[in-house]
Design a protein around this ligand. Structure first.
Ligand SMILES: Nc1ncnc2c1ncn2[C@@H]1O[C@H](COP(=O)(O)OP(=O)(O)OP(=O)(O)O)[C@@H](O)[C@H]1O
Ligand SMILES: [Mg+2]
Length: 255
């Protein structure tokens, strides 16, 4: 089996605190992989390590066999790992469309000469970009918001815009950090449909952090449970749901 993303012995300390310890990942292509655990368990730290936003204290990360352990975040993103943030990070005064176009442009290296000459090729590229942006907004269910500035959007739509922007990077793996935080059940249901489409129609492999246990159990093929920075369980939803350690550390209180 060729894994898409692998981590081994991955650890990160913050002045004495072990946020993540000896973490292992073997992410198979085409899966929706959940990461759950109590507050402070190290879930966001894990995503920060996998995306190059943080350097590990020790351990390795490989994307399709390539060592990406110490690459900066922008390189990791261009190699195919995109993410959203637990605390939404949008540019308040930029419109929905501008966010997605900026991401599309950062993916495709713009031809400087084309820009200078406004050549027919460049104009074609511009039109393709606009069409791709429109398709992405449609997919994310925010097409009717395209000219609104990010800060004026309802919370759920801000989360969708973050996803659309990440998908615009054409990632192989998409990491979603609590994508349904602050959403009502109907919005969460729509989000579940969107995440499935990203996997099924665009072939994007998904890693997902959430505290919403029904969402995770519904959506994920495989789940890892972190507690105090350590993996305490890993398996399919039924296995994890019935694991006494998981119930003791997390599910008992989350239920
Ligand atoms: N930049 C940082 N500097 C110092 N300590 C940090 C930093 N980031 C995380 N930590 C600590 O590392 C531990 C894990 O934090 P992390 O944010 O990864 O948890 P989490 O599982 O995402 O929690 P939550 O469910 O609340 O989002 C916590 O003890 C946290 O205080
Ligand atoms: Mg977190």
């Amino acid at each position: 089996m060729d894994y898409l993303l692998e981590a081994g012995g991955l650890s990160r300390r913050f002045s004495g605190v072990s946020a993540l310890e000896h973490y292992t990942l073997r992410l198979a292509p085409g899966t929706i992989h959940g990461v759950i655990g109590p507050n402070g368990a190290g879930k966001t730290t894990l995503f920060n390590l996998l995306t190059g936003f943080l350097r590990p204290t020790s351990g390795t990360i490989r994307l399709l066999g390539q060592d990406i352990t110490r690459l900066p975040a922008a390189r990791v993103a261009r190699l195919g790992i995109a993410r959203t943030f637990q605390n939404i990070r949008l540019f308040g005064s930029m419109t929905v469309l501008e966010h997605v176009q900026a991401a599309l442009q950062s993916r495709a290296p713009a031809s400087l000469l084309g820009t200078l000459l406004s050549s027919p090729g460049f104009l074609r590229q511009e039109r393709a970009l606009r069409e791709e942006a429109a398709a992405l907004l449609e997919l994310a269910g925010i097409a009717q918001r395209r000219d609104q500035v990010a800060r004026s959007l309802p919370y759920g739509d801000q989360r969708r815009l973050e996803i659309a922007r990440a998908v615009a990077m054409a990632p192989k793996v998409l990491l979603l950090d609590e994508p349904n935080a602050g959403m009502n059940p109907s919005e969460t249901g729509d989000l579940l449909g969107l995440i499935r489409r990203l996997r099924d129609e665009l072939g994007i492999t998904i890693m997902l952090i959430a505290h919403d246990i029904p969402l995770v159990m519904n959506l994920c093929d495989r789940i890892q449970v972190l507690n105090y920075g350590r993996l305490i369980a890993e398996g399919d939803p039924a296995m994890v749901r019935n694991d006494p350690d998981v119930i003791g550390a997390y599910l008992g209180q989350a239920r």
